[in-house]
Design a protein around this ligand. Sequence first.
Ligand code: HEM
Length: 385
Amino acid sequence: MNTSEISDPFKKARIESGCGHMEDQNDPATMLLRLKDVRKSAHNWKTFQSGAAPGRIVIPSEVHIRETRQIPFEVDPPEHKAYRNLVEAWFKRPLDEAYQQKLTTIVETIIDEVLTKDNIEVVEDLSLKLQSRALTLLLNTPFEESEKWISWGTHVFRSEGSSLDGDKANILYDYIDAEIDKAIAKPGCDLYSVLLASEIDGKKLSKEEVKGVMILTFAGGRDTVINALTNSVAYFADNPKSIQYIKENPEYTGKAVEELIRYFSPLTQMGRVATEDTVVCEHAVKADTRISLCWASANRDETVFENPNEVVLDRKLNPHVAFGFGTHNCLGATHARQIMNIFLTTIANKVASIDIIEAKENIEDLGDFKRKVGYDSLTVKFHNH
Ligand code: HEM
């Protein structure tokens, strides 16, 4: 088995029943494993709501460590639309030429640096750095802020051995409170200031609402992007011909990004709370209990994807749901896609091969299912042309 392989622990359950089951802090979840069911239920926000108690749709649940509602993620239509309208254009800025140029400089600087080193630990020295520096573009904050975010390490939301840690999360929450106060005292052109100045139905957003958007922007785009980048490095190490393929066929870079994101599925699942007694894939689901939309399983659905466990860089039809589906589809997807696109292009232009020296996998424990999402650490050596 290749180091970079990400297996599909859901296959048997997906084929046999379409459902899985997961215990979580006395609030179990029925997991939907087939693409069709995941899409249908993601669409059906009236029966499967996101706007339950803050933290409840996250698995493992964050109800005991967070009171702030994440916006627009934990809000259902019609209110969801009003919040989303406020930020949609801002999160499309990664399509601008100037944004892409700055992002290219960030990526090239990091790759040039790792090429000079004997070996590097990818999670800390490459992925966290790149994710944090790129986030300064999305928030339109000074580049130097990224130094602070990098210093928090990858585990700002979790300690080794436990997936939830309230004290660690407070580092981020206190930081965001302080940044909001700074933006109130001296408004600028950053996301905090833009949110503080925006209105819904003639009413300014409250500090708590601005905090809800900012927490989500930090949290949603951190581990997901770090895992996408680290898994890509492992994949290219195991498959040096794919570096060559992208170099020779740059027009396929976009397709390759989609395929890698499908295969990695950096966000395994997200929950919803049933608002009424209902049935999913022949399983009874009681009102006020949780289901999960298992994006990672849906993305390996053998009835939809040919050779689902293979990376096919030029895959023709790729209706993956790694960025979600319907109402809450990922707001950061434009930014994440640009990072991946520029990252692949830069690797293709500058790197000949990558050797893996040591790999420690990060395995999510989902009860009956154990799933690799990325690495706790990955030590490699980059070689240039
Ligand atoms: C929503 C995945 C990067 C911000 C989502 C959802 C998924 C997802 C599956 C849907 C959740 C649901 O329906 O409950 C990913 C993946 C990423 C990524 C795989 C990277 C490869 C980012 C980044 C940001 C971000 C970089 C921002 C910095 C958000 C927000 C939402 C969201 C704000 C909620 C949108 C809404 O409720 O309307 N993401 N995400 N994500 N993501 Fe991402």
